[in-house]
Structures are given as C-alpha cells and as structure tokens.
Write a protein that binds this ligand. Structure first.
Ligand code: ATP
Ligand code: MG
Length: 605
C-alpha cells in the first residue's frame, strides 16, 4: 500500500460510528430542527448577508481552526478526524480555518504544511460547490464592526490602565475584581478612543478595548476581558492595514458565527471561556449583526499519549536543539513525521474512532495507537523479505551457479494482491538468530542435525557451521531435500517446525534500513514520578531514548528495488516498513520501520 495522499475519508469509516456526547447533542439538535432555518450566502459574513442567502444546505457546520504557528501533531489529528468526521456523517461541512489573527507568529510554511496534512489524513473542505478554506484575518473588518457595536451599545470601553494595574484589579478566584477608573466613560469617548487606537495614535499596550461585563463574576474570564489590543506589526495577510488586533477569545466566536458554524468543538481548557463565547454572540445577535441561532461551543478532552510529547513549545525545542532531524523526523509526533515514519491516514482515522471523544482527561497507551496502525497495514501491505542481521547459509548439495524461481503470494489472505518471484540459489542470507550451534531448549530453527523449511523453498537439514579465528559463526552449512519444494506434491512429505525467511546472496541487494524506536523511554516524559524528591524538577529531555534510531544495512529481496517512495510493506517477521519519501533514489529505496509486528521479531519461528 502507499502512504501518499490517495485515500479519502469522505465515506464513513464504518457503518455505525460509535456514539458519543457530541453526537448525542447533534442528534438532539437535528431532531429539534434547531439549525434548520439558518441561511447561508455561500461565504462567511454578517447576519444580513447570510439572511439574503438560501437555507443552508449543510445540516451542521464544524471547523478545524489551527493557528498557523507550527506543524500539526497527533492531537490535531484527533480534532481533525472528529470535526471532519461529524460533518461527513451528518450531511454537513467542515471548514478548514486558519486562525491567523495574531500578527507576529504565523508563517506561510505552516499554512502549506497544515493544508497538506489535512488532505493527507483524507479529508476535504471542498465539495458540493463549496470551498470552505478560510483565513480569520479576512474577517478583521467584521471584527472591528462587532467591537464598535459593543461600544455603541454600552458593552465595551477603552481602558488605559497598565497591564500591571489591570492584573492587580482583576481579583482572584476568591476575591472579586475592582472596576477600572475608565469603566464609566461615555459611549462617545470610548468610540473616539477606539477610532484613535485604529488610527495608530497610541503605542502598543497603552490602551485596550475591554468588554464591560462584571468585575465581580465568579468566572474571571467574565471580568471585563480584553477584546482588542494595539500591535503595531505587519500581518502576513493584511500587511499594515491594522494596528489593532482582536484577542483570541473575542475573535474565535465571531469567526464561528461568520462561517455559520453550528457546533464549535474545542478542547477542555476553553470550558471557562464558554460563558464569554455565549455572552458575545448573544449581544451581537441582539444587535442584528448575526443571524440566530448563534453557534455553540462544546468541549472535549485533548489527546494525551504515553511516550509522546504534544506540547508545541517542547516540540520546537526538540527541533531547535537538534534532538531530531527536523519537524518531519520519523520519530516526531507531527503528521509530517508520521507520514515519513509510515503511519497511515487510515490508521489515524481508526485510532480516532477507537479512542472516541469524552470530557474526561485520559492518557492513551501508545500501544493502542500502534495496534491501529498494524491493523490497517496488515490488511493493506504486500509482504516482502528482508534480512536485517545477515548470516550466510550454504546449501552444499545445491549445484553451484544454479538458481530457480520460488513463487510467493504478496499477501497471505488476499490472493488478489498477486504473486511475485523470489530467486533461490546455493547461498542465501538468513537471520543470525535463525541458527544456534548449541540450541536452547525448544529452539526450532537451524542447529546441527535439525531440519527447517526455507519459506517458499525447500526443507534443509543443517550440517554445521564455519567460524572465524575469534570463534564467531560466519556461515552455516546445510543440505536440501530436493522433493520438498513449497507448492509441489512433496512439500508436506517432511514435517518441520521451523520456517525461515531468506534472501539469495546472488540476487538480493543491500540497502539502508532505519529501525525506529520510541523517542522517549519513559511513558510520561518529564513528569514527576513516584518517589521523586519534593524539589526535583524533571526535564523531558532527560527522558529521551538514546537508542531511538538504529541505521543498518540489510539484505533485501530483489523485488524491493522497485519500491516507490512512500510504498509500505510488511517485511516478514520484522514489521512494517516504508520507502522514505525523501531519501529514496530511483531503484534504491531507503526504508523506515514504522512499527514492529505484534510479536517481537523472532519470538517464534
Ligand atoms: P497552541 O498552544 O499554539 O494554541 P494548539 O495545539 O492549541 O496550540 P491550535 O493550532 O490552536 O494549536 O489547535 C487547533 C485545534 O486543534 C484546536 O481546536 C485544538 O483544540 C485542537 N487540538 C490541539 N491539541 C490537541 C490535542 N492534544 N488533542 C485534541 N485536540 C487538540
Ligand atoms: Mg490553540
């Protein structure tokens, strides 16, 4: 199978997706016809524009709203699968919206990468005549209009207190805040000040627009939160048009409303912001700026995985301090890293479905993630043979210079995937662990006097081995039983317990193979552990696995020379490997191990 972008998730992943609290809410909303009368002009806009449109053909609208300030990671994949999956399953649309309201941090490189990754996961924001790819920075005019409406209706004021003064008057969880001396300015004065903020009359941080709500609210987020600030900075999209920028908590609900989002799904840390989300949209709807019903916010718990770091700040540190080769290092929990590693979009979607969504914090075992990948790859990947730790096997009674073709199925339970030829010869590479001069109890593979089958080939009987001066085994000798070739009537005439894979010395070839392990050796990198001293601060970097990658030269069967970049295979007994999309050359692919088979290689013969 290929890991390139050739799949689509627009068809449901399974017939009956597992239900969850968000699906229950949507079911109830649909049953009540809550959003059925909403109108959609075909593009984002204020209420008047939308009301002039037709009934929204989308039953629901969701969105995935990344800030283009980094690469997407496994946590984002959960959110993408959730939002696009709901839209798919409910006859809705999911928008990809870049939340680029912060002028300093965003970069085009991230936008491109995010677009690629969402597509790679198999989702699309285009279809049915719509192209729902948006940039929040295109909405600044509407955001300013919304802010001005709040001022005009007496619900916002300009405050010139210093940041420290504001912090000091905000109060605490147990104490109410104090009103700003500027809280009771007239509407005219506030409007004038906000216009002058926009005109560039004030320096950064000297004035700020605040919603006028309640300085005594038990929810600190409702104590007159800042909604517009001054930043004299060039924005990648709007250039120098603005020197005022909306705060995230103000911008986000408006973005949702402009886009007709019905269900705005976010992670739990935004739960305390929901009252402000509702307050804001309710006021703007009252003022006629937005159509009703306004969007609603729902929160779910974010993905946490054992052995994995999903904090953007820490991921940046890994890249900048060169603990990894880059954002797309196959050990990184980014989607660009995952793609190179060989993890599949289907695997991510299966994983998202298995873990479901809930409101309780949970730590998911990395094994569950790997199992989803294995499950998908076991179905879809052709088998190939690679010898990772080669030892030469010489068949003394096989004529020198002779070779023959062994026919083998590409997939053990999918005959439709065809067959291929594996050339067999007098000298073969086998795994070093497949021979023991003095066998352990229960060992079934090659040892002097024992018989084993060379997969797809013959039964051989081991006769001994050669050693170098230091006593290391450098070659194993055997004799083959000519009537026992797989697929011939004599194949079952001799029963053996061991079954070995091999590559012909004459026909096989050597290639670079990278064996990846977990990037961290502790399940909770950098977290305090039981028994840690009170004052001990752990550093997640101390939990880096020093052996997270091993680069080897393996012997591969000849058919692998033709592997295309991003083609994924099961290397029998070893796991799933992908031809690296960047380092593979025509006719000379380099392979990355995505994941081992369930049983450690060589656990059974
Ligand atoms: P930042 O700290 O920069 O805000 P972020 O991870 O929240 O980082 P965003 O680009 O804002 O990055 O995230 C886009 C969307 O992905 C948000 O809706 C967010 O809720 C969701 N998301 C981010 N991390 C996770 C996670 N670990 N699990 C599930 N969803 C996540
Ligand atoms: Mg965020």
């Amino acid at each position: 199978m290929s890991n390139a972008n050739n799949n689509t998730a627009n068809a449901p992943a399974s017939n009956a997706p597992a239900t969850n609290f968000i699906r229950n809410i949507i079911d109830a909303d649909l049953a009540a016809g809550k959003n059925a009368q909403r109108r959609w002009s075909g593009k984002p806009g204020l209420g008047a524009q939308q009301l002039a449109g037709d009934i929204d053909p989308a039953k629901i609208r969701t969105r995935f709203p990344p800030e283009p300030n980094g690469y997407l990671h496994f946590g984002h994949a959960k959110s993408i699968c959730l939002n696009f999956g709901l839209a798919r399953d409910y006859g809705g649309r999911c928008h990809l919206r870049f939340d680029d309201t912060n002028p300093e941090k965003e970069e085009k490189e991230y936008v491109d990468s995010i677009i690629d990754s969402v597509k790679w996961l198999g989702f699309s924001w285009e279809g049915d005549g719509e192209n729902n790819l948006y940039f929040a920075s295109d909405y600044f005019d509407w955001m300013v209009a919304s802010a001005e409406y709040l001022i005009a209706s007496g619900n916002a004021y300009v405050d010139g207190q210093s940041a420290d003064e504001m912090r000091a008057s905000r109060g605490t969880l147990t104490e109410p805040g104090k009103d700003s001396p500027n809280r009771n300015r007239s509407i005219e004065e506030n409007m004038d000040l906000f216009k002058r903020m926009q005109a560039g009359e004030f320096a950064d941080g000297t004035q700020i627009l605040r919603a006028k709500i309640d300085m005594a609210s038990p929810n600190i987020n409702m104590r007159d939160p800042a909604i517009y600030r001054i930043r004299h900075a060039t924005h990648h999209n709007t250039g120098d048009k603005w020197c005022v920028y909306p705060m995230y908590t103000f911008a986000h609900p408006i973005e949702d409303a402009l886009e007709n989002i019905t269900h705005s799904i976010c992670t739990l840390e935004f739960e305390d912001q929901r009252p402000f989300y509702d307050w804001l949209l309710e006021h703007l709807a009252q003022g006629g700026l937005l159509q009703r019903p306004v969007p609603c916010q729902y929160e779910f718990s974010r993905l946490n995985l054992t052995y994995v770091i999903l904090s953007k700040r820490k991921l940046i540190q890994l890249v900048e301090e060169k603990h990894v080769s880059g954002w797309d290092d196959p050990r990184m929990p980014t989607l660009v890293g995952a793609r190179r590693r060989g993890y599949t979009p289907e695997g991510f979607r299966l994983f998202a479905e298995r873990i479901g969504v809930s409101k309780s914090d949970s730590l998911i075992d990395y094994v569950l993630f790997e199992d989803c990948m294995r499950e998908v790859m076991n179905e879809g990947c052709e088998r190939r043979v690679a010898v990772l730790d080669p030892l030469k096997l010489i068949i003394d009674n096989y004529r020198e210079g002779q070779s023959e073709d062994c026919v083998t199925h590409n997939h053990p339970f999918k005959p439709e995937m065809g067959t291929r030829i594996m050339p067999f010869g007098r000298e073969l590479w086998i795994e070093r662990e497949d021979f023991m001069e003095v066998p352990n109890k229960g060992y079934r593979r090659l040892f002097p006097g024992n018989m084993a089958r060379l997969r797809h080939g013959y039964v051989v009987k081991c006769t001994g081995c050669d050693k170098d001066a230091a006593g290391n085994v450098i070659a194993v000798h055997c004799e083959y039983l000519p009537d026992t070739k797989s697929g011939t009537p004599g194949a079952d005439s001799v029963k053996v317990k061991g079954n070995l894979h091999w590559v012909s010395v004459e026909h096989g070839y050597q290639a670079e193979v990278r064996l990846y392990e977990r990037l961290f050796s502790h399940p909770a990198p950098g977290m305090r552990r039981e028994g840690d001293a009170e004052d001990l601060e752990r550093n997640f970097l101390d939990d880096l696995n020093p052996d997270s990658v091993k680069v080897i030269t393996a012997w591969l069967e000849p058919a692998l020379r033709q592997a295309k970049p991003e083609e994924l295979f099961q290397f029998e007994r070893h796991g799933y490997f992908i031809a690296d999309r960047y380092d593979s050359k025509d006719g000379a692919p380099v392979f990355n191990r995505a994941v081992t088979l369930k049983e450690a290689a060589g656990a059974k013969a």
